[in-house]
Structure formats: structure tokens, C-alpha cells
Design a protein around this ligand. Structure first.
Ligand code: R2B
Ligand code: URA
Length: 312
């Protein structure tokens, strides 16, 4: 008989330590984290990562490198003379992984399948390293609904393209549903750190719709294929807006579902909106402005980390 994720959520956190819900891992003498070119045999993962308290995921490798560089300054981390910040996953060219003090900055690529792979490996990394009380973030980009472009949205519920609050995954020929619950407490703490007047842009809490496709999945009219018209598109987007959706992206559902499955209490999704989807489909904002917008979720999460670490 198949158990739901909810039933299986018998958990996990014991004294803050992450416990792996996979008995097979400890039956093997080596666990290879293939896509980040690490293994629990070839590397001393405890020595390398035991002090990790925050894991920040984001889509683009360059953006996550920039975030790591920003953290070096903000957290006043000393890099030993003659050394530079290096990509720990450089033996694989799939993802990047940087460690800055107690923070990991990791790229996840685009879409759920790409995020899913790196998520499995980072959870195992955290487990092998014996980390405790780790908080996971996704800092990303999205299309907004009814918001000024450049606004930041903190996700309170991640839903799929049918507005269902779980991720469906085909496993052993069955479709399993994994609930995508997020953490209210971290969401509220993040919101309290935002100051629209001072920041010059709004930060709000809303539902996020996570789709399997950027074009038709998000009701765009500018893909290679389109079997609907402007009025179909607008009636769909208005309907999801009226159901509380404030932004649309492609990873939050899996991120939230897997954090919950892994028993991670602290977890949050913070995305900047690159355009208002009620006004258009194409992203035409100049590169420099976009760069500044993309740093906004990073600033908020960094402020949160500094607050938790007691850094002014
Ligand atoms: C936001 O931006 C990407 C698509 O452009 C996708 O990864 C996402 O969720
Ligand atoms: N990312 C998305 O998934 N959709 C957008 O519209 C913009 C960024």
C-alpha cells in the first residue's frame, strides 16, 4: 500500500540533526554526490561542511557566485591570503557550490527536474556532514501579477499550474503527491526585515504558481506554439490572481515539497518579479536594471542571515 507524504512525515528532526529518510544510503560504503563532484569517501564532508546553517539556492550559476561574493563582504568572512572564493563543485559543470562561513550558495538551474537533482544531493551532503538546524532558501526570479516590476514576493503557499498545493511525482509507475508546505515563521521574519520606504520597492507575501513550462505553462502568447488567444490568457491570469497568486516561476513547488519531506523546519522562497504578466509576456528591461532587481531577494535573505548570526 502506498503511503502519502503526509503519512510518511513521521519525522525526522532529532535535536535539530537532519535524519535521512532513506535506509539504503547507510548500507553502502560510499555515497557519490555525482552532480557536485563530492563523495563521503573521497572527502571529509564533516570537516568541510559541519558548520553550515543556511543553504541558499538560486537558478543561475553566476548569480549564486555573486551572492557568495556579497556574503563574504556582508558576513565579514576572511578568505586566507592567496586564496579566492572557489566553486566547490567545479569537478562537475552542472551546478556551482560556494561556502561562505555557515552559508552555502548553490545554483539549481531552471525547472523542477534540475532543482530536484541538486536538492537530493545537498540534503545528503548536509546529512553526511552532520549539520543541525539548517534553514533553506530559494532566491530567484519570477513573473509578477499586478505588481510593479522589481517587487519582491515571499511565497506563503506554492501551488502547481492547477493551483494544487502539492507536487506530483511519478514513482514506480504511481503518481505520488508531496505536499508543498512552507514555513510561516521564516516568511514573517523575512517580511519584517523589508522596508518598502527605505528599499524603494515593495516586498509582500503571496501565493506562487509553479509551472512546468515558461511559455504555455505560464499562459504566454510569445512561445513557438500557442493554441489560445489574448482573452483566454487574460481570463486565466485574472482567475489565478483572484485566487491569491502574486507570482509565477518554475521551482518553488519542488523546493517546498522536498524541504518538507526532508524535515527542514526553516524554509522560504523569495523571488523578485521581472515583469507584470497582466501587462505583457516579454522581458525587455535593460541588463543593469535587471541585475539590481535580482540582488533584491539576496539582500533580504542576507539581512535575515545576519540577524540570526547577530551581525550588525
Ligand atoms: C524563473 O526564471 C527561470 C525562467 O526564466 C525559471 O528558472 C524560474 O523559476
Ligand atoms: N521566471 C519565470 O518563470 N517566469 C517569468 O515570467 C519570469 C521569470
Amino acid at each position: 500500500p502506498v503511503k502519502s507524504s503526509e503519512q510518511l512525515a513521521d519525522y525526522i528532526i532529532q535535536e535539530g540533526l537532519i535524519k535521512l529518510r532513506n535506509p539504503h544510503i547507510n548500507e553502502k560504503d560510499e555515497d557519490v554526490l555525482y552532480h557536485i563532484a563530492l563523495s563521503n569517501k573521497s572527502h571529509d564532508l564533516k570537516e568541510m561542511f559541519q558548520d553550515i546553517k543556511f543553504v541558499c539556492f538560486g537558478g543561475s550559476p553566476t548569480r549564486m557566485q555573486k551572492f557568495a561574493e556579497y556574503l563574504v563582504t556582508e558576513l565579514k568572512v576572511k578568505i586566507p591570503a592567496g586564496q579566492t572564493l572557489s566553486n566547490i563543485a567545479q569537478g562537475s559543470d552542472r551546478y556551482v557550490l560556494y561556502k561562505v562561513g555557515p552559508v552555502l550558495s548553490v545554483s539549481h538551474g531552471m525547472g523542477i527536474p534540475s532543482l530536484s537533482i541538486i536538492f537530493h544531493e545537498i540534503v545528503k551532503l548536509i546529512y553526511h556532514a552532520g549539520c543541525s538546524d539548517v534553514i533553506f532558501f530559494r532566491i530567484g526570479t519570477s513573473g509578477g501579477l499586478g505588481l510593479e516590476p522589481g517587487s519582491v514576493v515571499i511565497t506563503d503557499k506554492a501551488v502547481d499550474g492547477l493551483l494544487r498545493p502539492y507536487m506530483e511525482l511519478s514513482t514506480l509507475g504511481m503518481v505520488l503527491q508531496h505536499p508543498s508546505n512552507l514555513d510561516q515563521e521564516v516568511t514573517e521574519e523575512l517580511l519584517a526585515l523589508a522596508d518598502p520606504e527605505k528599499d524603494g520597492y515593495s516586498t509582500s507575501v503571496g501565493k506562487t504558481m509553479c509551472t512546468l513550462d515558461f511559455y504555455e505553462g505560464q499562459a504566454r502568447l510569445d512561445g513557438a506554439f500557442c493554441d489560445y488567444n489574448e482573452s483566454d490568457k487574460m481570463s486565466f491570469l485574472s482567475r489565478v490572481y483572484s485566487r491569491g497568486i502574486r507570482n509565477i516561476e518554475m521551482e518553488s513547488l519542488c523546493f517546498a515539497a522536498y524541504c518538507y519531506r526532508a524535515g527542514l523546519r526553516g524554509r522560504a522562497v523569495v523571488c523578485v518579479t521581472l515583469l507584470d504578466r497582466l501587462k505583457g509576456d516579454q522581458i525587455t528591461t535593460p541588463h543593469e536594471i535587471m541585475e539590481e532587481w535580482q540582488s533584491r531577494p539576496q539582500k533580504l535573505v542576507c539581512a535575515y542571515i545576519k540577524r540570526k548570526l547577530g551581525i550588525e
